[in-house]
Ligand binder design. Structure first.
Ligand code: 9MR
Length: 353
């Protein structure tokens, strides 16, 4: 039964201490998504945060409220172009502007990302590298960034988006110069330089169904495990669109591809874009997609948590990348919670109570 249908009762004077200690859920129906996620058995419910909003105190008070978001991912600050803007010159200020307040607020950190084809500095992408030189550049980058953040990250996205939708290797300077072995090289370097407790993830989009791409990723994990190449987790980004999103069963089946291989999983960048103009009907469908995805993670062993790729519509990456689409997040322009927020809250609570 949905808890909202229960008539609230105040604790009776004769109630046992346990009953008194636990307020009826309707008295505190929305304690925050991370609180509910932990009650439901997840490690966290988190959000990405970008540097463009750091001067907005209303936004920040939600972003670093650990009851709402128990985990934070910097949307951009840990990417190569910002961390190593010129060769062997490391800059952590952008990442720190998000990571340090997260540490103060006792929010877990997912760190993102060592190796990607995107957001590379010109000195790296335009360089004429030999295999040995680029291997050195990769190791030096991972060593410095890993040492700086130390054991502070719950997880690192070691390699991001290495495959195309058809399962072929995505073209990049890494693939061209180092061959497909760059992926395992990055995982070996990561294991060498990050703390042993830090989980090493492969992270990608379009793998939230059982399809060619998710099967290729699962085959890579199996191959890595067979050959003792360190890998601990798979991040399913979960960038979805209302009307075309995977169902609860789709996401669950995709997560189940990885669990038997002995790695954990997480939804690492969940958002659900709407084709504009927006409407209440579309928001209701969006809410279902958010809730179904969250529930799929809750219902599969070893899906450790859900991260939304920002919680506020005006700072989402979506409108810039997909003109005509937007409103993909849990909070609207006025920082008000949307149907999607309440749907996630309900689904977390229905399991946790
Ligand atoms: O949110 C990020 C946005 O601000 C950047 O402009 C963009 C550059 O490609 O990257 C966005 O984050 C991406 C993430 O790092 C990897 N998965 C896809 C995300 C959305 O593009």
């Amino acid at each position: 039964m949905k808890l909202s249908t229960i008539i609230p009762l105040l604790p009776l004077a004769s109630a046992t201490p346990t009953q008194q200690a636990r307020p009826h859920p309707s008295l505190n129906k929305y304690p925050g998504l991370d609180i509910l996620a932990k009650r439901a058995g997840l490690l966290y419910f988190g959000t990405a945060i970008d540097n463009v909003v750091l001067n907005n105190s209303a936004y920040i008070s939600i972003a670093h409220n650990s009851s709402e978001f128990g985990q934070v991912t910097p949307s951009n600050g840990q990417k190569w172009m910002y961390i190593e803007p010129s060769r062997n010159n490391f800059s952590y200020s952008m990442a720190d502007a998000i990571v340090k307040p997260a540490i103060r607020a006792r929010q877990m950190r997912r760190c993102h990302t060592f190796v990607w084809h995107n957001q590379l500095p010109a000195w790296l992408e335009g360089g004429n590298w030999t295999k040995a030189e680029l291997t050195g550049v990769l190791e030096n980058h991972i060593r410095n960034e890993a040492r700086y953040f130390g054991n502070g990250c719950y997880a690192w996205d070691v390699v991001n988006e290495a495959f195309e939708d058809d399962g072929s290797f995505r073209d990049s300077i890494w693939l061209r110069v180092l061959g497909k072995e760059y992926i395992e090289l990055a995982f070996r370097f990561a294991r060498k330089y990050v703390g042993r407790r830090v989980r090493l993830y492969y992270n990608d989009y379009g793998i939230e169904r059982v399809n060619v791409k998710s099967k290729v990723v699962a085959a890579m994990v199996k191959d890595f495990i067979d050959r003792d190449i360190p890998i601990d987790g798979i991040g399913l980004q979960a960038h979805f669109t209302v009307g075309r999103a995977p169902t609860y069963d789709d996401v669950k089946a995709a997560l189940n591809l990885f669990i038997p291989l002995g790695v954990e999983t997480a939804l690492t960048e969940l958002d659900v874009r709407i084709q504009l103009p927006d409407s209440l009907e579309k928001q209701a469908l969006q809410a279902q997609v958010y809730a179904n995805s969250t529930k799929a993670c809750m219902d599969v062993g070893d899906c450790v948590g859900v991260t939304v790729w920002d919680f506020w519509d005006p700072v989402s990456w979506v409108p810039e990348t997909f003109p005509g689409y937007g409103n993909a997040c849990l909070f609207d322009d006025g920082l008000k919670r949307k149907q999607a927020y309440y749907a996630v809250s309900d689904v977390l609570r229905d399991d946790g109570e």
